[in-house]
Design a protein around this ligand. Structure first.
Ligand SMILES: [Zn+2]
Length: 156
C-alpha cells in the first residue's frame, strides 16, 4: 500500500491509500477518487513542498508532468522515424559509394574474390553476387567480404 497526498481541482488536500502506483493511475484516470470535501474527481498528487511554499504551488503541476510524459513518448516515436529516414539515406549513400568504388563482377564474385585473395588476380575492390553460403565460405577462408547495404526500395 502507498499513501499519496492528493489535491482536488478546488485545492482541497487529502490523503488516500493505493495498492500501487498502477492502482493510483487507474483510479485517477477513471475518476474513481473523489475529494472528501467537495466530491470533485479531478484529483492529482499534491506537490511535495515545504509548508511555506504552498501558497505559490502551481495547482496544475502534476497534470502537466503527466502531459509531459505523454509528449515525450510521442517525440521518441517521431525520433525513431527520423532515424529510420537517416539510416535509409546512409544506406543509399553507402550503396552509391560502394558502387562508385568497386568493379561489378556479377556472379563471378566468389571466385574472383578468392582469386584476388590468393594473389591470382589483380587486387581491386569488386562487388557482385554471392549466396550466404559462399560469403560465409569466403569469410572462413579469411577473405573480407561485406554485405552491400540493402536499399529500402530493393526490399520490395
Ligand atoms: Zn475538493
Amino acid at each position: 500500500m502507498i499513501r499519496f497526498s492528493l489535491v482536488c481541482e478546488n485545492s482541497h488536500e487529502f490523503e488516500s491509500w493505493f495498492a500501487s502506483n498502477d492502482s493510483y493511475d487507474f483510479q485517477i484516470d477513471n475518476n474513481l477518487v473523489c475529494c472528501p470535501q467537495c466530491n470533485a474527481t479531478k484529483v492529482s498528487k499534491a506537490v511535495m513542498a515545504p509548508a511555506v511554499a504552498r501558497k505559490d504551488r502551481p495547482k496544475a503541476a502534476p497534470a502537466k508532468a503527466r502531459d509531459g510524459a505523454k509528449q515525450a513518448a510521442k517525440q521518441s516515436v517521431a525520433l525513431l522515424g527520423a532515424a529510420d529516414r537517416e539510416l535509409r539515406d546512409m544506406a543509399r549513400e553507402l550503396h552509391a559509394k560502394i558502387v562508385a568504388a568497386t568493379v561489378d563482377v556479377g556472379a563471378e564474385f566468389p571466385q574472383e574474390a578468392r582469386r584476388i585473395h590468393d594473389g591470382d588476380a589483380p587486387e581491386r575492390p569488386i562487388r557482385g553476387q554471392a549466396s550466404i553460403e559462399e560469403a560465409r565460405a569466403l569469410l572462413d577462408d579469411g577473405v573480407s567480404v561485406l554485405p552491400m547495404p540493402v536499399l529500402p526500395e530493393d526490399r520490395g
